[in-house]
Design a protein. Structure first.
Length: 232
């Protein structure tokens, strides 16, 4: 039985075959596309469990593919891993701001890629569902449909942004360090920078608009989701 479908969008045929072979051994079904336009089409048609996108694609580049996927309701929730041959922080930050959930630098270890995919899927599929909806003022988080709304308007979030919001909202008043958020949302087996959490928080606040008042920065330590009684 397949552990999930992975769409790899990259113009390097050898890399696609490497990914297909190694993820296939791990039990994943791998489909592919060689450019941004066909990658978007396959993502919309197949709705894979995870999408891997190379930044340097012919035609539509990886940044634009990521942006387009996040702007569509049918693909906005799918976890995205960005591949880049450039190790600059600016590329990684831009990718995360556009909605990528993780990034990995070429050349990469197939085992590391598989571990990151598994970690993303565990977090995506592993929410507790004993509570169906979390409501805080005008903010609503539906744990079954993974739909978030503010003042009745649906807020389109990435998979990681949703997990981050759900994680913090489930523990109102608790101050989380960046490391605690990384472990609680992304998992211990995924190596990320503290800056990654800051980027996700900034994007989450921007998308929540009037409801971003619930997320508070605790200088020198991290973040917390406010208690309902703490807001006037």
């Amino acid at each position: 039985m397949s552990k999930g479908m992975v769409l790899a969008i990259d113009d390097e045929e050898d890399l696609i075959e490497l990914v297909r072979y190694n993820l296939g051994k791990e039990g994943f079904e791998v489909i592919s596309a060689c450019d941004g336009e066909s990658g978007l089409s396959r993502a919309i048609q197949k709705k894979p469990d995870v999408i891997i996108i190379d930044l340097m694609l012919p035609g539509i580049d990886g940044f634009e593919v990521c942006r387009s996927l996040r702007s569509r309701a049918e693909t906005a929730h799918i976890p995205i891993i960005m591949l880049t041959a450039r190790a600059s922080e600016s590329d990684r930050v831009v990718g995360l701001e556009l909605g990528a959930d993780d990034y990995i630098t070429k050349p990469f270890s197939p085992r590391e890629l598989a571990a990151r995919i598994k970690a993303l899927l565990r977090r995506t599929r592993g929410f507790q569902r004993n509570i169906s909806v979390i409501r805080r003022g005008d903010l609503s988080i539906d744990l079954n449909s993974h739909e978030v709304s503010c003042n009745g308007d649906v807020v389109e979030l990435t998979a990681t942004e949703y997990r981050l919001l759900q994680f913090m909202a489930s523990h109102p008043g608790h101050v989380f360090s960046r490391n605690a958020i990384i472990e609680g949302v992304l998992g211990r087996d995924v190596t990320v920078l503290d800056r990654t959490i800051d980027v996700h928080i900034m994007a989450l606040r921007r998308k929540l608009g009037a409801c971003n008042k619930w997320i508070e920065t605790i200088r020198g330590f991290g973040y917390k989701f406010r208690d309902e009684n703490a807001l006037e």
